[in-house]
Design a protein around this ligand. Sequence first.
Ligand code: SF4
Ligand code: SF4
Length: 372
Amino acid sequence: MPELTPTIGAFVSIEKGRLQNVMDALKAAGYTLVGPTLDEGAIVYDEIEGVADLPRGWTDRQEPASYRLQRREDDAYFGYVVGPHSWKKFLLPPRRTLMRVVKKEGAFVVVDEEEPAPRYAFIGVRGCEMQAIHIQDRVFLGGPYQDPGYRARRQQAFVLAVNCTEPGGTCFCASMGTGPEVGLGYDLALTELDDIFIVEIGSELGATMMRETDWRPAGAFELQQARDALAEARRNMGRQLDTTDLPNLLYKNLEHARWDQVADRCLSCGNCTMVCPTCFCQDVLDVSDLKGETFERVWVWDSCFSIDYSHVHGGNIRPHTRARYRQWLTHKFASWIDQFGVIGCVGCGRCITWCPVGIDVTEEIDAIRGEV
Ligand code: SF4
Ligand code: SF4
């Protein structure tokens, strides 16, 4: 084992089995590991113990409205794309209790029982997902009103990223400039080759976690192999999107006939928003138990496709699917830029794969551009 800790920006090489040492170091430092694992016919993100829980030797085949697991011909640990889960499930859980009031001795008292934020190490974050986290950072931490729960989870999170060498049929991250390689913000970034991982050190903390692992500086041939794998991934990207002047295109076409056509197909089910790693519609509900002794104010994920979401004083401002789909797409690709200075889509393709009727956002935009 080298005596020195690798430096930030260094590329080192480790035998694949040594990834367990890095995970053990993270656990010893108090992190809960969350990573990809097989469950109910999909690769999902859940708590894991180590490399044995990774979907080794499995891949996923994705097309509009279609997701299938398949055995690979090799034993790759990260030879799949992205599944229905994203990291927002952990940074921004679907349900959070904001306040609890209980009846005690005839009076109502507010119970202050805020749980400490979990300390997660995210294993296997892809380039598109890293950018999705940066986007949610802008939403929840960028303005004058920050979300303290998000902030606590985000500040403590360790990111072990993985460069994508196997893009899926619905991916278009290369068009969005978010992949297949991971951008900034990770602690460690892996590229999986046949027998080794190339590891790029992204932070002091990442370097520290490498101390317990046998590593050596990556060789020129290995680095070239990693570059070739990424170039191949870029060539094999399932889809692409012309992002030229998107806000103007959409703002000028709010009455385009295509909105009616997509509304005829869209079920307004909200699946696209649930799987999207950047969507953040939310609601706050007051709920009580049947005896009327405990009341909770809860924060929950919502969707701009739900009818209630657009119900405001005096009525519903988006009563039809046409208006809801148009709102979702124009927000993602146009007004999100006005709000947060960045496009709201990272090209992960989840909304295409998990839409039950296979509506493809790249095709919808192409149609509005007059290219279908
Ligand atoms: S809009 Fe679709 S492709 Fe874009 S980030 Fe959301 S789920 Fe991924
Ligand atoms: S676009 Fe697809 S996933 Fe989204 S609401 Fe419509 S039917 Fe559901």
